[in-house]
Design a binder for this molecule. Structure first.
Ligand code: MN
Length: 346
């Protein structure tokens, strides 16, 4: 068997915009950074970046939040910060990124400093819609996969957010990457709270432990693994890097589609509850051209939008795409989960 890399949903610390945001961001960020062994100099940089991102949200963003978490690239952990908002957007991101221009007006370091301090940075902003900012601080020096100068492999990123008032999330995702392709799962445990989270955890464990890559086989495997839980909506997709085709098999309400700059090609799921009742399984296929994204998300995100609502979004890093779509289309009355796959040029 070829070497395989697994990525999975992580615990996400969601910090809503408010007066305590900068100090809360520094505290939580520092804790994550110490846990993964980031050195003190990088931690100092992380704290500056978090202060600036948090202050931006407070001053300009209206409704916004920071999502902090540990992500892993192989055995290299990183602390990742997503700053997401529904603010007015940044009119001139090029200028805001330039040296010395502080978007907060006080620190004098601004977005340019965040971009310099982080080893991975990306920004999507649209006037009248909002902004998604990614700043990542990785342990070690080697460039991560998919980064400029890094190995050209597929890049997978997801994001989850529990329903308002809950700590645990019933939405989850996981992905395997190997030399031939990428296999990805999105799972929405029925309802919310601890029982939904348990179904999600069981789906993730079953996905982690299998070598199956054919979506229909995988879905059947997950169906058995979820017996005894309250059940879930699950979709599994396989991207074949040689043919640049994607195949998806799903049961229940998971949205799956290929997104280009101008088009959204749906990959349908069948009715059913994985773990309880799955009658007919069908696999749907589509092309995945260079630059296009494969996106799976739960019904905690609205899916009535057009590619023109998010122009140029597919050009951005999958973590920014996941963050922006979750923030802009996510609902508060349900768990929300999204996973985004971008494949390298052929
Ligand atoms: Mn749901």
């Amino acid at each position: 068997m070829t070497a395989r890399r697994t990525t999975e949903a992580e615990d996400v610390v969601w910090l809503r915009s408010g007066s305590a945001l900068p100090s809360a961001a520094r505290r939580e960020g520092t804790e994550l950074a110490r846990r993964v062994g980031l050195d003190e100099e990088r931690i100092a940089g992380l704290r500056i970046a978090l202060t600036e991102a948090a202050t931006n949200l407070q001053r300009h963003a209206g409704d916004g939040a920071l999502a902090l978490r540990v992500v892993r690239f192989g055995d290299r952990p990183a602390v990742e910060c997503l700053a997401l908002d529904s603010g007015p957007g940044i009119a001139d991101p090029g200028r805001a990124l330039a040296d010395g221009v502080s978007s907060a007006g006080t620190l004098g370091i601004g977005l340019g400093a965040i971009a310099r301090l982080a080893d991975s940075f990306d920004l999507y902003t649209r006037q009248g819609q909002g902004t998604a900012l990614l700043a990542r601080f990785t342990v070690g020096d080697a460039p991560e996969p998919g980064a400029p100068g890094g190995p050209e492999t597929a890049v997978v990123a997801g994001l989850t957010r529990p329903i308002s008032g809950e700590q645990l999330c019933g939405d989850t995702w996981a992905a395997h990457e190997d030399a031939e392709g990428v296999t990805v799962m999105m799972c929405d445990g029925l309802g919310h709270g601890p029982l939904a989270a348990r179904a999600a955890e069981q789906a993730r464990a079953a996905f982690r432990g299998t070598a199956l890559t054919r979506p229909e086989d995988l879905l059947r495997h997950l169906h058995s693994a979820l017996k005894g839980t309250r059940g879930a909506a699950v979709a599994v997709a396989r991207v074949d890097l040689a043919t640049r085709r994607v195949a998806l098999c799903g049961a229940g309400n998971i949205a799956g589609f290929v997104l280009t700059g101008t088009e959204r090609v749906p990959l349908l799921s069948m009715p059913g509850i994985v773990g309880h009742q799955v009658r007919t399984l069908r696999t749907f296929e589509a092309d995945l051209p260079t630059g296009a994204l494969l996106i799976l998300h739960s019904d905690g995100l609205r899916d009535r939008w057009a590619p023109a609502d998010f122009p140029a979004l597919p050009r951005h890093r999958p973590a920014v795409v996941a963050g922006h779509l979750l923030w802009q289309t996510g609902v508060r009355r349900d768990d929300a989960g999204i996973v985004v796959v971008k494949v390298p040029p052929a």
